[in-house]
Structures are given as structure tokens and as C-alpha cells.
Design a protein around this ligand. Sequence first.
Ligand code: AMP
Ligand code: GLY
Length: 423
Amino acid sequence: MNILVLGSGGREHTFAYKIAQSSLCEKLFVAPGNAGTANIATNVAISVTDFTAIKELVLKEKIEMVVVGPEDPLVQGITDFFAGDNDLKSISVIGPSKEGARLEGSKEYAKEFLIRHNIPTAAYQSFTANTVNEGKQFLETLKAPYVLKADGLAAGKGVLILQDIQEAKTELENMLTNKKFGAASEKVVIEEFLDGIELSVFVLTDGKNYVTLPTAKDYKRIGEGDTGLNTGGMGAISPVPFADKAFMSKIEEQIIKPTVEGLATENIDYKGFIFIGLIKVGDDPKVIEYNVRMGDPETEAVLPRVKTDLVSLFKHVSDQTLNQVEIEIDPRSATTVMAVSGGYPEAYEKGKEITGIDQISDSIVFQAGTKLEEDKVVTNGGRVIAVTSFDDDFREALKKSYHNIQKLHFDKIYYRKDLGFDL
Ligand code: AMP
Ligand code: GLY
């Protein structure tokens, strides 16, 4: 069958890499894709939120499955767009309905869902411009640090963690009254701070059944020792060493099962990935967020470990037969290190020639912010290339990624050299 992947990052290159290996895939398209996906698929220069152009492409190329990488098209309702169109309704879309995507699109919606289904999470209250004074009073009842979250999508920047109560009150006012994050901060969730170590769990569900994919830990800050600004993610390690059997069974019983059952009992159409961000507080997992897609760069470490044919998994999602699947996972660790453009996550330059990709053989190179310029691969984003390696021991896998990333060259290349420091 012909398949379309939507997106242009390292996550989408990884999807394309796995899908291209499947005997079930005839022609593979990526929109808009990057220089890496161009090697294994046909890139089509259309935006992930241009549903009309996507429809035209799907009909022209007889595409039967669409795999949605990023959250924007999901939150904007691409799945409902397909389901509601006579020409498109038979096409499988891997990604939840607009209602399901609200788990990521609205922090308040996610919190209400968590509470309704008794899933452990931080205590919270939400506020609007009309209740900013109540919000300040609520802050008074909490202990530092204070966690403020813009309700809507804010490109990963909408969460503020502040030590000082005055600063927290000022930022609350900035978010609600001065729309610091635009419409996304018309509502703000104020949350109890959870003290512990983070990890992410990935689930693929058909709306009734699910398979649990490998866990991963990502490194969000730009600086070593988890310092400096937040980024999309500087690297990831899978599995997470401290997520042992006992802890995973708590996650399954207290979080994954009630999440999938909650979606089903609320009749929320959900065929896709659930990315659950957790903090381990003492011995217990608590949810800090849902995302309705895979993580990036977690995908670059998680999916290479999935041995089961990815397209067959997706077919089971469409047919709601995931209960028939025994997923096979590579027991080795996978690590991915992200090379970024100097200056990222603030201003950086694009268009720098990248060399050395073809020098790497014992790691997998997943391209992110890259594009082809004539026959050259050049930088085209903040996060540029992820280098994924395997080993029985994650420290050895990291060594391989670090050895190989040194073969890559572009002007002002930067990557963190301390991944795994906290494990
Ligand atoms: P989110 O966008 O909800 O994942 O939040 C971004 C980051 O803020 C998370 O990766 C955590 O590091 C941190 N964070 C979010 N909520 C909390 C919380 N309740 N307690 C402690 N840290 C949090
Ligand atoms: N790496 C975090 C995310 O994809 O949201």
C-alpha cells in the first residue's frame, strides 16, 4: 500500500525509515520531509496543516494510510477531516480525532480527564483573566517552586517554573492579562510542583486495545547538567534504567489502562500514539502531561527498538485488532544524540553545509532540520541531526553515538556531551 508520513523532523525520518523496511509498503511519501527522508521516500512540499493539498495528494497517489507526526494537524482535526470526507473516509489515519487531541491541545482538558479517571497527577486549579486575583491567592497556598502552564499549544514553551512567589504572580498576570503566549495563555493551569525524575511512556492504541512501546528519557535543556533554556529535546535514552518491572506495572495499572479505558468510555475516537510524560515521585508515577503523538527525539531511540513490522502494527490500529499483537522489542538500549545549530533554541543561522553523514556506519543517522540544496545537504532548523546507537549497556551505546557524531561537521554544530549523567 502507499503511505504518507506528515512532518519534517527526526521523528518523521525515523517513521519513514521503519515504514520503508516493511514489505507492506509500496510507495512512501513524506510531506514536507527533509534531506534524510528524500533518500528513502518521495518528499512533497506541502504543509502538514494544508488539508486540501493533503487530500489532493492522497487521491492522486492512491495513498491508503496517513501517519501524522506532529500535533498541529491533529489538534486542527485532520482525522475528522478524513472521516467526514466521502473520498477519504476509507483511508487509515494514524492519529487521534480532534477531541482526543485535546489531551495535548488543552492542559485543563487533560487535567480534567486525569481527575475523572482517577489517574495520579499533580493537584491543580485553572484561571482566566477574570480570575487572576483568585490565581494569585491560590499561589499563596502553594510552596515554591510554582508551576504555571499555558492551557493551549505554545510550541513547548508554555510551562514556567518559578522559585519566587512575586515573580510567579507577575508571570501569571503576564500570561492571563498580557497574553504572553497569545491565545494559548488565555487560561492558565497552576500546578503543584512534583519533585522527582522524569520519564516518558509511549502507547499505541486502537481506541480499545493497546500495546506499550519502550520507555525513554529525553534531555530537554540546552546546557549540560540540565541547565539553560528548554529545547525540543537534545537526545534520548531507551529504555529508562530505573523503570523496572514493578514500576512499569504501576504505570500500566494506574495510568495506561485507565487512560485507554477512559477514552473508550467517553467515546473518544483515538487511533494513534499516546505519549505520557511522568515524574517518579518516591516510588510512584504521576502524570505531568499527555501528548497525542510520538516524542522527538524519543522516537529516534524508541522506534528502532521495535522489531514488529510498523505498518502491520498500524493496520491493527485501523482494524481495532491490536489485541491480536504480541509486540517484539529489541532488548538492547538505544541512545540518540541530537546535533543542533549554534544559538538554538534562540536565534540561529540556516543553510550551513553538512558533511560526514556518509562516514557513519555503526550508528543510524536520522535527519531533522536539513534540506537538499542542489546536491548538498544543508542545515534548515535548530535541531539538525540525531545519531542513534545500540548496545546492551546504554553507556556503551552513548559512546558510539558520541564517537560518530564527531564525524559530522557544519558551522557552529553543538550537542550535549553529558547525556545519561543522571542515570
Ligand atoms: P510539560 O510541557 O507539561 O511537559 O512541562 C514541561 C516541563 O516542565 C516538564 O518536562 C517538566 O520538566 C516540568 N514540569 C511540568 N509540570 C511539572 C510539575 N507539576 N512539577 C515539576 N515539574 C513539572
Ligand atoms: N521531546 C519532547 C516532545 O516531543 O514533546
